[in-house]
Ligand binder design. Sequence first.
Ligand code: CA
Length: 230
Amino acid sequence: MSAPRILVVEDEVAIQELLRYSLEQSAFQVVITASAEEAFAEIQRRLPALVLLDLMLPGMSGVALAKRLRAEGRTRELPLIMVTARVEESDRVQGLDLGADDYVTKPFSPKELIARIRAVLRRRAPHLAGDPIAIGPVRLDPASRTVTCDGREVSLGPTEFELLHYLMTHPNRALTRDQLLNALRGDHRFLEDRTVDVYIRRLRAGLGPAGDNLIETVRGIGYKLSSHRE
Ligand code: CA
């Protein structure tokens, strides 16, 4: 899997540079935008793993962008950390009310910020946090990009790998094709609805009989990976 992409929305060049350096050092991909408008356009193109949002911006404010993201289905669940120079308690409360996952005030320590980003990703987007995961006979390690089923190594294409990773980190839930596409779209923005079915078919074939059993088709909805089945 490619490194999680962090979208930075920040108009101060010095802070942009500090964030780019710290994030890249920690093996994140970084996209910098200098306004909420620019960030919104970038998010429409491709979903980042997480948005680091400065509140005080020229033009549309960070608060307005956060509201807009939370109002749309595609971005409602997008992990969001607000960054601001303002330190008043009322701002913090407002930020969290808007659905921010965390809130960081300037000046911040890059080390602490990275730790918070990882914590939010682990909680909100476990498929991007990089932890190994095992369900039933299947074991997946994002760091080495390996999958084993009953101890036998399984060879999967990059999209099938990401799909399996997402299913394994969201078990026992009927996931719609849209949800699955959104999870993949970060890197595969030209996929269409029915393409999911093709990748699921390849994924099941790759896993063999155990995989067929693990990934259920939920009629009229999409797919579900059950952790209680053997
Ligand atoms: Ca600013």
